[in-house]
Design a protein around this ligand. Structure first.
Ligand code: SF4
Ligand code: FES
Length: 257
């Protein structure tokens, strides 16, 4: 593999605030190491912009380890960029060739309004999680109960764990032609619905979360699978079937507990 440094042209969406009009601004970046992460490349560009007295590009990031879900942006039209099952912070510049032009945009969805440049407000996801409420699990020696002592079948534990790996990045919404949040929702509902610890509040949880999702203005799911294709955690759309089953069951039986 060629490890030479590369030169790139970036077309970056700049937008001062939610109410301002945005536009693409072109930046030339030289001497980019293929071993840099995409965000490190942005760090170097931002240091240059600050030195030149320009406003640095605003983008979200936190862990830079693929676990917090905050580094959300479209790269060349694809949420999180060209690598499968990889967040932007884990994308490295060896994914690009010398002379490439890279187009970088924020998530586009009514429920994720732009805050500035590449940063969007994903607090709609937080409100959906909050609507799900608490999980009542007795723990500790006072009651003589240890939550982890409840037997769980291996296949259910594995499926619940896979659903729990959703990092709430919002790529599923950004990729969906309907801006649907169903893949995210289905991961959150599935992870608790599959476990005995999640059973007591199971019906209220799914009804309240779906009601909040609708209130936030996310679109409906037409099961085209664009969400699954771009999900950095490979959350399966089979979880959406489980969510629909949980929702229907709760709706039909919630008053008969
Ligand atoms: S389901 Fe995947 S794409 Fe959607 S929020 Fe969770 S990790 Fe991100
Ligand atoms: S910065 Fe946390 S997942 Fe990318």
């Amino acid at each position: 593999m060629d490890h030479s440094n590369i030169s790139l042209t970036l077309e970056v969406w700049r937008q001062e605030s939610a109410s301002a009009n945005g536009k693409f601004v072109t930046y030339k970046v030289d001497d980019v190491s293929p071993e840099m992460s995409f965000l490190e490349m942005f760090d170097v560009l931002n240091e240059r912009l600050i030195r030149e007295g320009q406003d640095p590009i605003a983008f979200d990031h936190d862990c830079r380890e693929g676990i917090c879900g905050s580094c959300s942006m479209h790269i060349n039209g694809r949420p999180h960029g060209p690598w499968h099952a990889t967040t932007v912070c884990q994308l490295h510049m060896r994914a690009f060739k010398n002379g490439d032009t890279i187009v970088v945009e924020p998530w586009r969805a009514k429920s994720f309004p732009v805050i500035k440049d590449l940063m969007v407000d994903r607090s709609a996801f937080d409100r959906i999680i909050q609507a799900g409420g608490y999980v009542s699990v007795n723990t500790g020696n006072v009651n003589g109960v240890d939550a982890n002592a409840i037997p769980v079948e291996k296949d259910k534990a594995d499926t619940a764990f896979a659903a729990a790996t959703c990092i709430g990045c919002g790529a599923c919404v950004a990729a969906c032609k309907n801006s649907s949040a169903m893949l995210f929702m289905s991961a959150k509902v599935s992870h608790l619905a599959l476990l005995p610890q999640g059973a007591p509040e199971r019906k209220d949880r799914v009804l309240n979360m779906v009601a909040q999702m609708d209130k936030e203005g996310f679109g409906s799911c037409t099961f085209t699978g664009a969400c699954e294709a771009v999900c950095p955690k490979e959350i399966s759309i089979t979880n959406i079937s489980r969510l629909n089953k949980e929702y229907l069951n709760a709706g039909m039986t919630v008053d008969k507990r």
